[in-house]
Design a protein around this ligand. Structure first.
Ligand code: ADP
Ligand code: F6P
Length: 324
């Protein structure tokens, strides 16, 4: 297809994720290398609607690959979910000479990218979220850093939990998805892994297992609870009352979204960001860059959003063998 796109924009939207800067850097440098001009759109769709648009060159992204967060900032924008907001967004792109946009974010951000594509602005999405909850891809930028951050924090909690012979409930992020909980549950050698996709709510069974483990001489009892289940503090109170074992809840929270990205996040973000810019240069639109079965591919946005994702049953089955 002919190269019709001359100037592209790049934005980050929704929750930030470590590695977003590596993706921005790759978009900027690849686009410049392919002869395109690049503009940074600050604060996601909110910044598009308020015309916070800056010229970017190769040096705009110097010294950013190792930094957490996003140098373009991010936001959530209600106005852009309306047809009027989307129309205005497309008009602002045209006013600034932007004929293609790379959107780095999650499912919500891709819905916006789909709408902008339908209004004639070529859009390519790049999956950036710590939650790993985007169905069309086996990898999302930020997940690797987030699970490593959470794993290190949980190791530390385990030390004090053992010293005090306590039960510890540690709540990890993931919105409605249990991927961070599953990975940390396995990697931290937890005694319980509670996932929104699988948890049956049987707290009495957990209490029975804690009492049994204590009888066998287990010093700590680590429960990894996913944010999608929540209620860690009240769960801790009930467990302590029922078992007589001191129980503490720790909600790891936003620390999981920060920090210098791991090598894996920098590498995948660099390839995905570069592919997004290349796809725009090739005249493509309404596609998401994805990583599936060991390959970087691109997928139609509406098809991607219609896909369902679930925890791997094989991985869950093994996790349930390892915790006991
Ligand atoms: P994420 O991209 O991480 O899933 P959100 O769901 O918060 O994060 O979405 C980010 C932004 O994408 C929203 O604030 C909104 O501006 C835009 N967005 C979300 N859903 C839609 C939609 N259906 N149509 C257009 N834009 C949307
Ligand atoms: O999507 C990333 C994420 O960190 C989720 O894990 C979490 O549910 C949500 O964002 C938190 O959003 P906020 O930063 O608005 O509190």
């Amino acid at each position: 297809m002919a190269n019709k796109v001359k100037t592209i924009g790049v934005l980050t939207s929704g929750g930030d994720a470590p590695g977003m800067n590596a993706a921005i850097r790759a978009v900027v440098r690849t686009a410049i290398s392919d002869g395109l001009k690049v503009k940074g759109i600050m604060r996601g769709y909110a910044g598009l609607l308020s015309e916070e648009i800056v010229d970017m060159d190769s040096t705009s992204v110097s010294d950013t690959i190792n930094r957490g967060g996003t140098v373009l900032y991010t936001a959530r924008c209600q106005e852009f979910t309306t047809p009027e907001g989307q129309k205005r967004g497309a008009e602002i792109c045209r006013k600034h000479g932007i004929d293609g946009v790379v959107v780095i974010g999650g499912d919500g951000s891709f819905r916006g990218a789909g709408k902008l594509s339908a209004l004639g602005i070529n859009c390519i999405g790049v999956p950036g979220t710590i939650d790993l909850d985007i169905a069309c891809t086996d990898y999302t930028i930020g997940f690797d850093t987030a699970v490593n951050t959470a794993m290190e924090a949980i190791d530390k909690i385990r030390d004090t939990s053992t010293s005090h012979e306590r039960c510890s409930i540690i709540e990890v992020m993931g919105r409605h998805a249990g991927y961070i909980a599953l990975w940390c549950g396995i990697a931290n050698g937890a005694e319980e892994i509670l996932l929104p996709e699988r948890y049956d709510g049987d707290e009495q069974a957990i209490i029975n297992r804690i009492i049994e483990a204590r009888k066998k001489g287990k010093k700590h009892y680590i429960i990894i609870n996913a944010e999608g289940i929540g209620h860690s503090t009240s769960m801790a109170r009930r467990i302590e009352a029922a078992t007589g074992i001191e129980t503490r809840a720790t909600i790891l929270g936003h620390m999981q979204r920060g920090g210098s990205p791991t090598c894996k996040d920098r590498f995948y973000a660099s390839i995905m960001g570069a592919r997004a810019a290349e796809l725009l240069a090739e005249g493509k639109s309404n596609r998401l860059v994805a990583y599936k079965h060991g390959e970087f591919i691109d997928v139609d946005i509406q098809e991607a959003l219609a896909m369902q994702k679930d925890i791997s049953e094989a991985q869950y089955r093994i996790a349930m063998k390892l915790v006991r």
